[in-house]
Design a binder for this molecule. Sequence first.
Ligand code: NAD
Length: 476
Amino acid sequence: MQKLHHWIDGQAQPPRSGGWLEVFDPCTAQPHAQVARGDAEDVEAAVAAAARAFPAWSALRNSDRAAWLEKLAVALESRIDTFARAESLDGGKPFALARDVEIPRAVSNLRFFAHAATQFASESHHGEAGLNYTLRPPLGVVATISPWNLPLYLFTWKIAPALAAGNTVVAKPSEVTPLTATMLGELAAEIGFPNGVLNIVHGLGPEVGEPLVTHPQVRAVSFTGSTAVGKRIASLAAPALKKVSLELGGKNPSLVFADSDWRAQTDTLVRSAFQNSGQICLCGSRLLIERSIYADFRDALVERVRNLQIGDPMAEGTQLGPLVSQAHLDKVMACLQRAREEGGRFLYGGNRIDRAGWFVEPTVIEGLGPDCASNREEIFGPVVTLQAFDTEAQALALANASDYGLSASLWTRDLDRAHRLSAQLRAGIVWVNTWLMRDLRTPFGGVGSSGLGREGGAEAMRFFTEPKNVCLALLP
Ligand code: NAD
């Protein structure tokens, strides 16, 4: 069975403890690889390698660091199919989704931040008190911790700006889907990436993530994952006053108004609820529908959901694969049981699919109010609830009835309404008549339980640098 090693100082390294974890193919529920079960000693070695590499990497011209990232982007681009197959095997996502969207997006992340390295500029302030200019040096060694749902896409979304800004990185991918990060480490070594600049340590959160977060030489932590772990990381980083960026869960509303082109947009709305089996933090899991179109919309939606192609992620045409793990399947099934107990009416789905692998039917539920757990807590599966509203004010109140505040989508042809509601929705990201349309320059992140800080474009470059103001007296 394939063994996935750490990548430390440009080398594949076995876990110092000698322990390995099994990695499963969600489609068969069988192990397909073993991954290093890292610990604090491995973290120590990786941080030491990153610290050794920092002076030379940070001293490079921005354009030289950009050239390295571009080289990595080109190498990844030439292997999209291989990486997509691996991503699909590891996480159960449809191969086509990995090949057409997620791995190309990882390439774009590397390329975008290669450009950012040469475009990023710092501020100067003049005319009030002397001449001020701001330096933005890199922080040093930084940690990135990423989840299983978009493994390489989110891994690159973090390492690329960190490296572009001149930091060296110790990255911890999810132990559930470690394959493509390991392959990227191999690829970096293959193209001659300087040793120690990008280090990858595998393992469990408490055994690798926590020693990384608390390591005194790690200057900042960029984390994407669950709200519970985000809070834990914040509490571990606080005593050292460490910089943290936390991209956490979501319970995102989609507001569908009668004046929208909803018939033409139903496919996009279905995708927004069910893409990657609902395992995207940005999925619209609460559909809020104007009452005058509720029945027609519901019937059209259920019809589309009934026709979703569920099956082997590698098969052409598959739209929905399995959930990522046995643990996650158990969680989603418990949420479905809770929805039944709360009085939800299941319009479609609600059951595990009787086949090998962790498959759950796409599920549509109505009859649940805004206060029940099903509409408040993140399920992160192929489950959407429907609620009707009569007025714009009601729609807004339902949309904002959540501790989370990551994204919202708004479906209307009324431009005034679109602007009015966009300003009032409690979310870091609002889409109008679209979903998951991304310009990588825009601020990305959430409010409330969805996190702290923003990623993307200049926000990420600012996070990974330390502003230092220099003030010169202008002598007469
Ligand atoms: P998770 O929080 O369980 O794990 C995320 C990462 O943190 C993994 O690498 C894990 O090993 C590590 N980790 C776990 N415990 C840790 C600890 N005590 N200290 C340090 N690291 C620790 O999340 P998950 O189940 O992998 O991912 C799903 C969650 O991620 C969902 O809640 C989803 O909404 C969220 N997510 C958010 C975004 C966003 O951009 N806001 C994007 C994708 C996923």
